[in-house]
Design a protein. Structure first.
Length: 402
């Protein structure tokens, strides 16, 4: 039994980037294990935003920026989706002048400001010994920066796209795939009733895993992904063939939000960019649907085929985690504590080849994790390859090092 009367140190935890189901179970796992091992746990609120907005004065109310976590607090949230610590896409190394906290504006008044010195001072002021950021490659890339500044960091990967390098699995991916399959199957009744093409836009900026796995599982006939620019006539012909073969006269297409037409580029909703330089994607599904309808007479005896178009978006991001996104976060949280108890830091907890492990945290900035088109995507049929599954990992195509 750990000696909880003598505080061993303080661990801070935060969640950054988009929310996914499984964040609260990860926070719960870290907190309960840490407290029982004799640590205090502080939750930084709103991702990296809380780390820059702290006012280092004990007489100031900083409850919007951090909170001390207890078993009671995390147990209430641990089975739910989202993140009770809240999140943001703040990047402390690149803070626009308008977003610099009021109490720092005298010292930081450039158009873009690096507030990393303030983050380090705030962590010192809180007495933080170890920092556990939970996030995708953007959130974790700033964790790499802090590690390079001698902050003791242990990262936990999450993202519905499953595209954090170094790990086969990121928190949120299984629930995303599960919901995509479920919602696609629900929409089949409408597609079949009206004999239409069903076009669903799903997450996936640079990696097509969230379109590939549901298609492989039978939820869709075809999918288009960011890793391969597709030909619109080829896609229309294939879907028309699928529809003709189907007794209910419909076919289904999954479109990654980062998919691109042959000769085209990504489709953005507007020119606004987040702190990591990403413009908001959106609209490729509707554009594909419109072109499918326009081209369909060529492959349907001169008659157009109507479209049902749906962007799944936050419907696969909200709500409670599935079984995998309840179990893996629990394991990841405990893996992080295993490292901390050994005095190890600068690591990313991972799942690799079906086993829990850890890797140097800078793996998230040293490579990209995308679908291996040659190995997994049939460019003639615009769908996943079906080959031997022997000795493949759980989600088939999850390693950037294949």
């Amino acid at each position: 039994m750990a000696n909880v009367n003598k505080l061993k140190g303080t661990i801070a935890i935060l969640t950054g980037g988009g929310d996914v189901p499984g964040l609260n179970p990860a926070i719960r796992a870290v907190t309960i294990r840490a407290i029982r091992e004799g640590y205090q746990v502080i939750g930084l609120r709103r991702g990296w935003a809380g780390s820059i907005e702290i006012i280092r004065d004990k007489n100031v109310n900083n409850s919007d920026n951090f909170q001390v976590l207890t078993e009671e607090i995390v147990n209430k949230a641990g089975r739910t989706g989202g993140t009770f610590l809240h999140s943001s896409r703040t990047r402390p190394s690149h803070v626009p002048k308008l977003d610099v906290p009021l109490h720092l504006q005298d010292n930081y008044n450039d158009e873009i400001n690096d507030l990393t010195p303030e983050v380090i001072k705030n962590l010192d002021w809180l007495g933080v010994d170890y920092l556990i950021p939970i996030g995708g490659d953007d959130t974790l890339s700033y964790g790499v920066r802090l590690f390079q500044e001698n902050v003791k960091v242990v990262g936990i990967p999450k993202t519905m796209d499953n595209d954090v390098p170094g790990t086969d699995y990121c928190i949120g991916f299984s629930t995303c795939v599960t919901r995509t399959i479920h919602m696609t199957n629900n929409l089949r009744t409408s597609a079949g009733s009206h004999e239409r093409f069903l076009v669903l836009e799903v997450f996936g900026r640079y990696a097509g895993f969230t379109a590939m796995l549901p298609t492989m599982a039978g939820a869709a006939n075809r999918c288009v992904i960011p890793e391969y620019k597709f030909n619109m006539e080829q896609l229309t012909e294939l879907l028309a063939q699928d529809r003709f073969k189907n007794p209910s006269r419909y076919s289904v297409l999954l479109v990654s939000e980062g998919a691109m037409f042959e000769g085209g580029e990504m489709v953005f909703k507007d020119a606004e960019k987040d702190a990591y330089g990403h413009a908001k994607l959106g609209g490729i599904g509707e554009m594909v649907g419109a072109q499918l309808k326009s081209l369909s007479p060529k492959f349907n005896n001169g008659r157009p085929i109507n479209i049902i178009n749906q962007k799944l978006g936050y419907l696969v991001r909200g709500g409670d985690p599935d079984a995998i996104d309840s179990i893996v976060p629990m394991a990841y949280g405990n893996l992080a504590l295993d490292l901390i108890l050994k005095g190890v830091h600068g690591r990313l907890v991972v799942l690799k080849n079906g086993r829990y492990d850890n890797m140097p945290i800078d793996v998230v900035t040293s490579s990209n994790k995308i679908v291996n088109v040659k190995k997994h995507y049939n460019t003639e049929r615009l769908r996943p390859h079906y080959k031997s599954f022997e000795m493949k990992p759980l989600f088939i195509m999850t390693s950037e090092l294949e």
